[in-house]
Design a protein around this ligand. Structure first.
Ligand code: GUN
Length: 290
């Protein structure tokens, strides 16, 4: 079998189109959703993400507020900024880019964000709502994965889903979303016994561990859907000395030979993450402004 390659770029473009249309309707009522992105320090990967977020926010017709703070910013100063953004009527969504420098307690900062403006879905109130099946702002990467799965499969009820990775950002919310879709969900992690055998049960296999190429074809049930959340930079001497490239957690070639459908890296889950950030900003604006 050769897997269908899931085109996350096209799915993200279609989602942005729908968001743009809805933003256009809101504009007629005098409402323009606004997203504030806070970047502390000069992590190059974070700088790329933040630029991309700002560009796509504006392209969707929303307002983008960028706050770039020096790497030695104090926790107190960052909390003060979050407080101002919470109170700012023009700001519907607040995203504080992670990772934060060591002197700042990230948990404290994320908990300071107004849950109604928490477009990352990382606030404990939103995590708790998701876990209890109540409407909430949902973390963008798992939300993007769910949208890809629904596009592909429609009803997911009764399917076996295995999520590799138990992070608060991807693994746990992904498992909660799949549970809400009536999948039978297993969360696997570094201590899981016989991980390949667990993965081979999966109709839906989501890899979110940050280990390049860990999932190989012999872990995949024939016909399964494989979603690769990994973004790993590895050295690529074949491209020239000192060159690097981005690979996922899934060994694409061997898994594509077995799976029914698979996301590539790049161009799979990644583009959906930012599109879902825009979707969450629109949702937050609609919820808060009634
Ligand atoms: N850093 C890497 N991914 C993310 C994300 O989804 N949200 C935030 N806030 N920071 C990140």
């Amino acid at each position: 079998m050769t897997a269908a390659i899931i085109d996350g770029k096209a799915a993200a473009a279609a989602l942005r189109q729908r968001i743009g249309a809805r933003v256009g309707e809101l504009a007629k009522q005098g409402v323009t959703p606004g997203l504030a992105v806070v970047l502390v320090g000069e992590n190059p990967a974070s700088q790329v993400y933040v630029r991309s977020k700002a560009k796509q926010t504006v392209e969707a017709g929303m307002r983008s507020f960028e706050h770039k703070l020096p790497a030695d910013t104090s926790e107190q100063d960052l909390l003060a900024l979050v407080g101002r953004l919470n109170a700012d009527e023009a700001v519907d969504g607040i995203l504080v880019q992670l990772p934060l420098p060591a002197q700042i307690n990230a948990e404290l900062v994320l908990e300071a964000i107004d849950p109604r403006k928490d477009v990352d879905g990382f606030h404990p109130v939103n995590a708790g709502r998701l876990a209890s099946g109540a409407p909430s702002l949902v973390p963008c990467t798992p939300l993007g994965c769910l949208m890809l799965l629904r596009d592909l499969k429609g009803d997911l009820a009764g399917l076996e889903a295995v999520v590799i990775g138990r992070s608060n950002i991807v693994g746990k919310p992904m498992a909660a979303l799949l549970t809400a879709e009536s999948c039978t969900v297993t969360i696997a992690h570094s201590k899981t016994r016989d991980l390949p055998a667990v993965c081979r049960r999966a109709d839906i296999l989501v890899a979110a561990v940050g280990r390049p190429g860990m999932v190989t074809g012999d872990w995949v049930k024939p016909g399964a859907i494989v979603l690769d959340v990994g973004i790993n930079r590895v050295s690529a001497p074949e491209l020239g000395e000192g060159k690097t490239r981005i690979v996922g957690d899934v060994d694409f070639a061997s898994c594509a030979a077995v799976a029914g459908a698979i996301t590539p890296v790049p161009g799979g889950v990644g583009p959906m993450t930012i599109a879902c950030l825009l979707a969450n900003t629109l949702t937050a604006a609609c919820m808060r402004r009634g």
